[in-house]
Design a protein around this ligand. Structure first.
Ligand code: HMH
Length: 208
């Protein structure tokens, strides 16, 4: 049996729903998210993305040459994204030097542990992490300003296309993987889904 990304989504629909649907995002859509909640997400996600950059670089280091184009495109986009996060933080007069919260740190540490797993597992994790934001920011529907800019960043057609390319690359590698490695990929997918939900929850409970 060959595992595919789509099978993972079909096997764990509830887990994936909780990763991509959260009151945090619904309140962004409605414009009712509290500044403290949103700013916590923004500063913590910047920290996450810095660690995610290392994960992407490690994934590139393990990738076959045929996958370089897509991954290099991803790294190039992350360069813009990190600069954009700094702009957004400055607009809101937020310091990006804050310490990671436990939930953010746990996700970053898990990601670092995936860097030493087989490439098929890394490719699956990379796809799932990017799909979570691609879907999460789109599912609530058109967002009001200023949150529409955030929804656009991960919901735009170019990003959607990038996620499809990541899926194709992960599928290609999963097809040739041992059952053991497929099992690892499945476990990593579940972990991504749980961490994504926890990350929204971390920001959502600020100020409660
Ligand atoms: C928590 N997951 C989290 N943050 C992100 N920026 C992404 C996924 C997408 O890169």
């Amino acid at each position: 049996m060959t595992l595919t990304c789509n099978q993972l989504l079909e096997t764990y629909p509830d887990l994936w729903r909780d990763a991509t649907r959260h009151p945090f995002l619904d309140r962004c859509q409605a414009g009712t998210i509290e500044p403290q909640q949103f700013n916590t997400w923004l500063t913590q996600d910047y920290l996450f993305v810095t660690e995610f950059t290392r994960f992407l670089a490690n994934t590139l280091a393990a990738a076959p040459v045929a996958h370089f184009d897509v991954l290099l495109g991803g790294l190039n986009a992350i360069r813009d994204e990190l600069a954009w996060f700094r702009d957004k933080a400055q607009e809101r007069q937020l310091s990006l030097d804050s310490a990671p919260q436990a939930t953010c740190e746990a996700y970053c540490q898990l990601m670092a542990s995936w860097s030493v797993q087989p490439y098929a597992v890394q490719a699956t994790a990379l796809w799932a992490i990017e799909l979570a934001y691609n879907q999460g920011w789109q599912l609530p529907g058109v967002m009001v300003s200023p949150y529409d800019e955030f929804a656009q960043r991960w919901g735009n057609p170019g990003f959607t296309e990038y996620v499809k390319q990541l899926e194709a690359q992960a599928n290609e590698r999963l097809a040739g993987a041992s059952e053991d490695v497929q099992g690892q990929a499945e476990a990593v997918f579940q972990a991504v889904a749980r961490q994504e939900n926890a990350f929204w929850q971390m920001a959502f409970i600020q100020g409660c």
